[in-house]
Design a protein around this ligand. Structure first.
Ligand code: BEZ
Length: 212
């Protein structure tokens, strides 16, 4: 059965470009991004892994551990990493799982047979420190993902985990947020001392509570 938001992310052991790992041990108490790509030595995947490496400081700032996966073998991953580093002007600094036996692809339902019989699609899971799945996105092989959007979602997830707020369309860190419907306006005024703007009884904004 496929995984859904709120499910526990299955643990696994895997061989990676950084050695053998236990997924939960690798994550520790951090947030996690586990993402699959169809195949090594392919152009879109090369840019995706390069972009992820270039954003390393942004992931680290948010306490996020990144982990890539495809069904290609380890020696192939290692050779391809040299190409990514060369062409994307970066150093791949996160492990890539060699999922030859499809353990991870099967656990996370990353092979969609009507898209491709054997390759993983572009699945991406964001996992919280509680090991619950917070976000799932699935892109086709032909469309590279937007990793700045992934960071934006992480900002939203981390904020909304700590405050009774939600983030509006196209929100970016630092912008005003929405008071969740479960909080009354009277209560919101107490909880959010920076102010509450009531546009409709159900549409109330407040400045992002965790920034000065
Ligand atoms: C790519 O990463 O460029 C790619 C992989 C599989 C199919 C199409 C494109």
């Amino acid at each position: 059965m496929s995984l859904r938001l709120g499910d526990t992310a299955p643990n696994f052991k895997a061989a990676t470009t950084d050695g053998d790992i236990d997924f939960y041990e690798y994550l520790g108490n951090n947030w996690g991004v586990l993402f699959s790509h169809p195949a090594d030595y392919t152009p879109v995947c090369t840019t995706e892994l390069g972009k992820t490496a270039l954003l390393a400081d942004e992931f680290a700032k948010r306490n996020v551990k990144v982990l890539a996966v495809s069904v290609d073998p380890l020696d192939q991953h290692k050779g391809w990493v040299n190409d990514i580093n060369e062409t994307q002007h970066t150093i791949v600094n996160f492990p890539i799982i060699a999922d030859d036996d499809r353990t991870v692809a099967t656990l996370y339902d990353m092979i969609h047979p009507n898209a491709h019989a054997t390759q993983t699609v572009r699945s991406l899971f964001i996992i919280g420190p509680d090991k619950k799945i917070k976000l799932i996105i699935t892109y086709p092989a032909s469309t590279g993902r937007n990793f700045v959007e992934v960071l934006r979602v992480i900002d939203s997830l981390q904020l909304t985990a700590n405050y009774s707020v939600a983030t509006p369309a196209d929100w970016k860190a630092g912008e005003e947020v929405i008071v969740v419907p479960a909080v009354s306006t009277e209560d919101a005024i107490k909880r959010f001392p920076k102010g509450v703007k009531v546009v409709k009884p159900y549409l109330r904004y407040t400045p992002q509570p965790d920034v000065d």
